[in-house]
Design a protein. Structure first.
Length: 64
């Protein structure tokens, strides 16, 4: 296991973006009536978090 496991700018940025996505999706599900467009925007943000992580990791901001 690496000495800095998970403590990289790429990992933390992906976590923050993912949390924002889950928050947006959760708000969309709590609205009355349920707002599926807001939910799917949240899902898209979570997917973007994974993409951000991969891009930042390849830029050298991950743990290698």
């Amino acid at each position: 296991m690496a000495a800095h496991h998970g403590n990289t700018p790429a990992a933390w940025t992906a976590v923050v973006v993912g949390l924002i996505g889950f928050t947006v999706g959760g708000v969309g599900l709590m609205l009355d009536p349920v707002s599926y467009p807001v939910f799917w925007v949240g899902v898209a943000i979570v997917v973007a978090a994974a993409i951000v992580f991969v891009v930042m990791d390849r830029m050298g901001l991950g743990d290698h």
